[in-house]
Design a binder for this molecule. Structure first.
Ligand code: AMP
Length: 214
């Protein structure tokens, strides 16, 4: 099953994507995570990506598309994948369709996790991330066991630069302008399914399972 997660930054699509990956035994491919791993490792790609990410801007399509095109042909993607944070622009979506078509494949579902802008801003200011292992928390809804310390690797958790309020506003603007048009794009293909992302994570996940099938 090939799935795309759509939704504003902070809508909870990453959390849902991880659960989908686990239940349906398919890889979770997050372009944001791949960029952050590259930044941590100090690669050329990481250096380029960071310039855009820290400003709340999208990394240019040519860098992002190549990365995903290489990833989805790997062996573990044979039975499908869940893409989280990609595509984020119409050209990315078209490039993905073209890459899949070459393989005789197509996307099965584009799931839009719908959340209001106001809740996104509230949620993201409470988000904390471990820059060492990538685990994410929320000071209210998913707190760390020990304040400020990652449960998994015991490193400090921080408010990521791209989750700071001024950057979040910018990212929301970028989302409405460049990513939201994908809703219409996938609706036109008949594969869009929307879920109400304002409820708790488990209820949202149950809706998704109803869509994908048990
Ligand atoms: P995320 O963790 O998905 O919210 O991504 C964090 C940041 O990485 C975004 O704000 C962008 O700067 C960059 N990024 C992730 N995925 C993409 C993409 N598909 N296209 C362009 N930039 C991306």
């Amino acid at each position: 099953m090939k799935i795309i997660m759509l939704g504003a930054p902070g809508a909870g699509k990453g959390t849902q994507a991880k659960q989908i990956a686990e239940k349906y035994r398919i890889p979770h491919i997050s372009t944001g995570d791949i960029f952050r791993a590259n930044i941590k490792d100090g690669t050329e790609l990481g250096k380029k990506a960071k310039e855009y990410m820290d400003q709340g801007l999208l990394v240019p399509d040519e860098l992002t598309v190549a990365l995903v095109a290489d990833r989805i042909v790997e062996e573990d993607c044979r039975d499908g994948f869940v893409l989280d944070g990609f595509p984020r622009t119409i050209p990315q979506a078209k490039a993905l369709d073209a890459a899949l078509e070459k393989m005789g494949e197509k996307i099965d579902f584009a799931i839009d996790v719908d959340v209001s802008d106001e809740s996104i801003i509230n949620r993201m200011s409470g988000r904390r991330a471990c820059l060492n292992c990538g685990a994410t928390y929320h000071i209210v809804s998913i707190p760390t066991k020990e304040e400020g310390i990652c449960d998994k690797c015991k490193n400090p958790v921080v408010l990521r630069d791209d989750d700071k309020p001024e950057t979040v506003q910018k990212r929301l603007g970028v989302y409405h302008e460049q990513t939201q048009p994908l809703i219409e794009y996938y609706s036109g293909q008949g594969i869009l399914r929307s879920v109400d992302g304002m409820r708790n994570m488990q209820d949202v996940f149950e809706d998704i399972v109803r869509i994908l099938g048990a």
